[in-house]
Design a protein around this ligand. Structure first.
Ligand SMILES: Nc1ncnc2c1ncn2[C@@H]1O[C@H](COP(=O)(O)OP(=O)(O)O)[C@@H](O)[C@H]1O
Ligand SMILES: [Mg+2]
Length: 267
């Protein structure tokens, strides 16, 4: 079976020398944010990308979403090569949920209006069914229907993140990329949003890529993981064996730095 997503020797650089730099023979060495990374995500699977801050995790997945053009390599979705210019259906098929839901929601729009607008613009359902679909989406992410008329300022961090997840789900994507989606939330709320993502894995057919520096989250939610460092994949494998017996010293370091994993080992 063709995997949903194939990342094939992808490199992304920042700060390429400009024409002026070149004319003046100025030495501008570009930063290689993603360095020859290959990664496969099976349909219906959940893959974690872990690594310390700055290791290129977000840049890699932003390239998949078409927000950065790779400098080398190829990205394939259902076997078809993705280019930065892509049609609406392809853009709909991949949605990202970011760390800070506060900044991605329009403060002027109610929760219901935000979701309804998306459904309208993308013609996900006929106009007559938009209302009902908004209700279903709120149910799906366990938000009370009383919040339908609320604006973001009235919502807690966890509720905003549920709206962000509902917004992603509204477009019926095949792939959701959660980029540190729970990192800004306090521990209890984090757990409830994690539970929601885990539930969506079983109630929908959505494929998940979770970017996180939190190995616990990846263990809870993902089947397999890749460990990135300085733009490169240093290790990958099924989550269980990766965490139980890391082959790379950097993975071992990450595990040693994860409080609850270490606590289990000690106690
Ligand atoms: N738009 C950008 N312009 C220039 N450098 C960037 C940009 N985005 C990310 N970087 C750099 O690329 C590297 C990888 O960043 P990022 O992908 O955000 O890492 P991570 O998500 O693992 O924390 C970092 O050194 C970061 O500073
Ligand atoms: Mg990041």
């Amino acid at each position: 079976m063709t995997p949903l997503l194939e990342i094939d020797h992808v490199t992304v650089r920042f700060g390429r020398p400009s024409l002026l730099d070149r004319a003046l023979r100025r030495d501008v060495s570009p930063l290689v944010a993603v360095d020859d990374v290959s990664l496969t995500v099976p349909a219906g699977g959940a893959v974690g990308i872990v690594g310390e801050s700055g290791s290129g995790k977000s840049t890699l997945m932003r390239a998949v979403l078409g927000l950065h053009a790779p400098d080398a390599g190829e990205i394939r979705f259902r076997g078809a090569v993705l280019t930065p210019r892509r049609d609406l259906a392809t853009r709909r098929a991949m949605q990202m949920v970011f760390q800070d839901p506060g900044t991605t929601l329009n403060p002027a729009h109610t929760v219901g209006a935000t979701l309804a607008e998306l459904l309208h613009v993308h013609r996900v359902v006929p106009a007559a069914q938009v209302d009902r679909r908004v209700g279903e989406l709120l149910d799906l992410v366990h938000l009370s229907s009383s919040l339908r008329d609320a604006r973001p300022a009235r919502l807690s961090g966890g509720q905003k993140q549920r709206v962000a997840i509902a917004r992603a789900l509204a477009l019926e994507p095949e792939l959701i990329v959660a980029d540190e989606a729970t990192s800004a939330l306090d521990v209890v709320v984090q757990a409830s949003v994690l539970d929601l993502l885990a539930e969506l894995r079983s109630t929908t057919e959505v494929t998940l890529v979770c970017i996180s520096h939190d190995l616990d989250l990846v263990r809870y939610l993902c089947d397999s993981a890749v460990v990135m460092r300085r733009g490169r994949v240093v290790e990958e494998g099924p989550v269980g064996s990766l965490l139980a017996s890391p082959a790379d010293p950097y993975t071992a370091e990450l595990i040693a730095a994860a409080p609850t994993l270490r606590a289990q080992e000690l106690g």
